[in-house]
Structures are given as structure tokens and as C-alpha cells.
Ligand binder design. Sequence first.
Ligand code: ZN
Length: 241
Amino acid sequence: MEKIRVTVWNENVHEKEMPEVAAIYPNGIHGAIADFLNRECDIEAGTATLEMPEHGLTKEVLDNTDVLIWWGHCAHDKVADEIVERVHQRVLDGMGLIVLHSGHASKIFHKICGTRSLNLKWRESGDKEILWTVNPGHPIMKGLNDHIVIEHEETYGEHFEIPQPDELVFISWFEGGEVFRSGCTYTRGKGHIFYFQPGHETFPIYHQPEIQKVIVNAVRWAAPAGGPEMKYGHFPERWVK
Ligand code: ZN
């Protein structure tokens, strides 16, 4: 069986600067995500981080990536435009992209969305969140219940300045009264994109089995479908003579 090749990208800043984050994720958020993905027999996950040459996203790495997972928060502006452009081209060519949590404000998600600044409301009060699915037949929901409870999470609230998603998979309720579109899909070119909100760095959210299951399912959903190579432009010959 051909495995789905995943690259988990993380800016990896909080893990180095905040001991409480390093305690939750001793191998980084990227390491934790790659670990649970690599337990799946059809997935092979590697990692890349901001401080690596070309942020670890060389042409060779991207050419050998079926699905890229993105976690960033405080260093979005340190990501080189040239690398963002390279990632974007690969998405249009069919590479899947899963944008997690504060990756909503990353350069690549801006480029995908085309909206002004990806605004939302937020509060770091560690409130409870319940994600409710609004699309139980979606492949990302395979094997899951109709809701997921996260005991402590950063609150994200509407309005979330995104284009209308192609599909909404989750909406969330937060203890402080906010609601949020927490699982959204898009298609750009041949690429499948999934934005998934959970994952503030000071809570052990990527250790939670249901959250891991959503990400595993999303990898399978976002993997390239293997459709035809498209040819565009001037076609001098008529198809029907
Ligand atoms: Zn956060």
C-alpha cells in the first residue's frame, strides 16, 4: 500500500521559550502530531520547522508531501514569502493542507482565503469548548461521535473573517458564550484544505484521542485524489475534425 506522505510544519517557538509548553510537548507540537500520525499504517509523517533552511520546506520536501499540516502563532511574519508561494503552488497542484488553530493568521491561509486579515475574537481564559458536527456524513467524521468536548481551550469567537467555507464540518460552543466555525473545508485548484481550530499551545489538546482522530481523518480526506494532469492555454487543433 502506498502511504500518504505528511509533513507537519511548526514554527516551534513556544516550545523553546515557554517551559509549560515544552512540558506538554517535549518533542514539539510537530513531534506530537507526527507521532500519532505514524501510528497509522497508511500514513508516513515527517516534520519541518521555521528555523530549518528554507523552513524545512524545500522543493524536494514539498514535491514528496501529499498533505502539509501547519501550526504557527507568533512568527507568521518570519515565514519567507517565497516559501509561502511555493506551498501555495503545491496546494493548487493538489497537495492537501491542514491549517491548525492560530494558523488562521498565517500567510499561507491568508493566500488561500483571499480575505483581508482573518480576524476573529479570542480570549485566553481556558474555558470549556464543545465542537458539534454539522456534517456527520463527512469523511472527516468517520468513527467519531457527534460532539467533542475539550475541557480547557483558548476561546475563539465569531465573527471569523473567512470566505464562506465549501463545507462546514464543526461549529463550536465556548463556555463564555461565543460560537465559532471550528472545522471548515475549501478547495483551491486541485488542493483540499481543512481549517481546524483546536490546539492552543498551553493545553494538551493534540494528546486528546478524538482530536487526533479528526486530524488523521482530515489527512486521508485531504490527500491528493490522483486526478488528471490538466493542460491549459491555446489548443490550435479542434477536437472534432
Ligand atoms: Zn492559541
